[in-house]
Structures are given as structure tokens and as C-alpha cells.
Design a protein around this ligand. Structure first.
Ligand code: 4NP
Length: 160
């Protein structure tokens, strides 16, 4: 069975496409493509159709990761399409669960930093209005969280 992951931030041009492409890199390296798939989305619509932010792409490239994809907005139908919906910060989390008024999908929505093993952060900071070091930090934080998340998934009992 394939586990489906959706990474969600505000614009879907910085943090969540980085998480998606970092995770895809790990999936390829560990030959897990038949077990895990991922996508990303933003809670806001302002950047729909845009490529990842150039500054974010540069920080990812410095770590050997190419950012591919185009921004799209999170929609309520995503609750039924993904097993894990990973919010980058608490505001993203609130905006996602607001689209699930009955709460039936609530347990699928998690904060990405729950899976960090070496960084103390509880949220992935929004790098958009800051300098280059903020983008580099996001990459290092997401590498930590993605490794922790992938190991968590591999520890889950297999269901049919
Ligand atoms: P992201 O970053 O949520 O990590 O994609 C942002 C992108 C755009 C804006 C804010 C954050 N914006 O205000 O346009």
C-alpha cells in the first residue's frame, strides 16, 4: 500500500515544495517509490501556477535538491486523497482544519516539526520576507523533519 503525503504552507512556493522535493529525494535514494508518494499545496491562492521561489530553489540546489512543481491551493477534497497532511506552521494547521468542520479528518493533519529529531523548532518559519540564511535554515529543518517522517512511516505496521 502506498502512503500519500501532502505538505502544506501558505503560498506553496517556498516551504512545502521544498518538503515535497526533499522527501522525493529521500524516497529515490532509499528506493521507496512504490511505498510513499508526495505532493504539496498552499492554503492561499496568490501564487497558484507559480514555480518555486528562486531564493528557495537556490538554497535547495546548494544541498543537491532541485525544486520542481507548480503552486496549487489546498482544497477540502485533499482530505480524502492523502494519509498525512503536514502543516508547516500553526496558522497553516488552523487554516487546513477550518476546511474540515466536522473534524472527521482531523487526525490526518500534523505539524511537520513533530517529526524533527535534531532541531528544536515547533514550526517551519516563513522565509519569504527574510534573508538568505532563512532559506538555508528551512532546508536544513526540512531535511531533519523529512528523515524523521520517513522513518516514522517505515515503522508503521503494514495494513492491507
Ligand atoms: P511559503 O512562503 O508559504 O513557504 O510558500 C510564502 C510565500 C509567499 C508569501 C508568504 C509566504 N506571500 O506573502 O506572498
Amino acid at each position: 500500500m502506498t502512503t500519500r503525503l501532502l505538505f502544506v504552507c501558505l503560498g506553496n512556493i517556498c516551504r512545502s515544495p521544498s518538503a515535497e522535493n526533499i522527501m522525493n529525494h529521500l524516497i529515490q535514494r532509499r528506493q521507496l517509490a512504490d511505498q510513499v508518494m508526495c505532493d504539496s499545496a498552499g492554503t492561499a491562492s496568490y501564487h497558484v501556477g507559480s514555480a518555486p521561489d528562486r531564493r528557495m530553489a537556490q538554497a535547495a540546489k546548494a544541498q543537491g535538491i532541485e525544486l520542481v512543481g507548480r503552486a496549487r491551493q489546498f482544497v477540502a477534497a485533499d482530505f480524502g486523497r492523502f494519509d498525512y497532511i503536514l502543516a508547516m506552521d500553526r496558522q497553516n494547521y488552523r487554516d487546513i482544519v477550518a476546511l474540515d468542520p466536522t473534524g472527521q479528518h482531523h487526525d490526518r493533519v500534523r505539524l511537520m516539526c513533530e517529526f524533527c529529531r535534531t532541531h528544536p523548532d515547533q514550526e517551519v518559519p516563513d522565509p519569504y520576507y527574510g534573508g538568505v540564511e532563512g532559506f538555508n535554515y528551512v532546508i536544513s529543518l526540512l531535511q531533519d523533519a523529512c528523515e524523521g517522517l520517513l522513518d516514522h512511516l517505515l515503522d508503521q505496521p503494514v495494513t492491507t
